[in-house]
Design a binder for this molecule. Structure first.
Ligand code: ADP
Ligand code: MG
Length: 355
């Protein structure tokens, strides 16, 4: 199998008269990549997937597969595999018959079908389970059957809509690894939908972040984590300290509350918010013990929790906003709820965003 390139161009879906479910989405899905559509519930992820696979017609815009417009191509002719949250297996068919289903639809000969089904079941570690019925399998095994069924006919593209959301945490993690391995082995383009940021971060080559029917950011997990372009993206992917202030171009400083902070070279622009990730924030007992060149924000400690490998310090800043710092083991005992502290960070560890 080779990975397909899929381009979404101005893709829009309007139900009724309200705001569009999907609103002028542009996305260039690269051959063989693992791309995740991440966003809150109702942000348009499933509608986008359903338009790609051909279950839903776009209101406007188009979809191209390897440069050819497939917007009006019926779903069964697109040759895309799809995996759903609820497995969608046929309960009265055996595992092998479920996996064989797309091959029967394609009128593949019996001997070839047997061979492909066996290979697909081996691929998801279910060799020998072919005679069982879905209800005789665990949730994780059922989802493996759904995966086997989705790849057995050598699709151009595999689409997965929250495939792990119904599983408990441990099973979820093991299936995440399985899906990642499947992607690496098959070399197929994967479009994965989730609302779980950790899942998106660990699995994806790139993430497209959805908000209200639009893509508001696209990038690798590290790009989006370290260089979020808006406070929405920063808050949605990981945790953030968001300081609402303004960038003063004339003096090249960021003004927050009664403070003026240094801006790293090229870090200015239309800054309306300054973002610092929790692991980049230090916590000191007074300003004199802060490393030279740091930006500082006075805060009160509201909570301290111990997580084995780190401490998490909840903070209330001088402007009444809240945030947190993550400290390695050995936080001083004086950093306890009620303590007055100074949060500090290096200017190069902050990101200025315009909204
Ligand atoms: P997500 O998968 O991100 O949770 P959806 O794509 O399912 O979001 O939904 C996006 C928006 O479109 C929501 O406001 C939802 O209510 C609406 N929507 C989805 N499907 C339909 C439909 N068949 N008819 C009307 N509205 C719909
Ligand atoms: Mg959905």
């Amino acid at each position: 199998m080779t990975g397909a390139r899929v381009q979404l161009i101005g893709l829009t879906k309007q139900y009724g008269t309200g705001d569009p479910a999907v609103d002028h989405v542009d996305l260039d899905i690269r051959p063989g990549e693992f791309i995740t559509l991440l966003g809150p519930s109702g942000s348009g992820k499933t509608t986008t997937l359903n338009m790609i696979v051909g279950f839903t017609d776009p209101t406007s815009g188009r979809i191209e597969l390897n440069g050819n417009d497939i917007s009006r191509t019926p779903a069964h002719k697109r040759n895309f595999g799809m995996v759903f949250q609820n497995y969608a297996l046929f309960p009265h068919l055996t595992v092998a018959q479920n996996v064989a289903f797309p091959l029967r639809e394609r009128k593949v000969a019996a001997a070839e079908t047997d061979k492909l089904v066996r290979e697909a079941l081996d691929l998801v570690d279910l060799g020998g389970m072919g005679h069982r019925r879905p209800h005789e399998l665990s949730g994780g095994q059922q989802q493996r059957v759904a995966l086997a069924r989705a790849v057995v006919f050598s699709p151009n593209l595999l689409l997965l809509d929250e495939p792990l959301s119904a599983l408990d945490r441990k099973l979820r993690q093991s299936l995440q690894r399985e899906i990642k391995r499947l992607h690496d082995e098959l070399g197929l383009t994967f479009v994965f939908v989730t609302h779980d940021q950790d899942e998106a971060m660990t699995l994806s080559d790139r993430i497209a972040i959805f908000d209200q029917g639009r893509i508001v950011a696209v990038g690798t997990p590290t790009e989006l984590y370290h260089r979020p372009n808006t406070t929405f993206v920063a808050r949605f992917l990981g945790e953030s300290n968001v300081f609402a202030g303004r960038y003063l171009a004339a003096s090249d400083v960021y003004e927050w509350h009664d403070r003026k902070w240094a801006v790293s070279p090229g870090g200015g622009g239309e800054g309306q918010a300054l973002i610092v990730r929790p692991e980049r924030l230090g916590v000191a007992l007074d300003e004199t013990s802060v490393p030279a060149g740091s930006n500082v924000a006075p805060a009160a400690v509201t909570d301290v929790s111990f997580y084995g490998t780190y401490y998490r310090i909840e903070l209330a800043f001088a402007d009444d906003s809240v945030g947190c710092a993550v400290l390695p083991v050995g936080a001083p005992a004086e950093i306890s709820p009620g303590a007055r502290v100074v949060a500090h960070w290096r200017p190069e560890d902050q990101v200025l965003v315009s909204e």
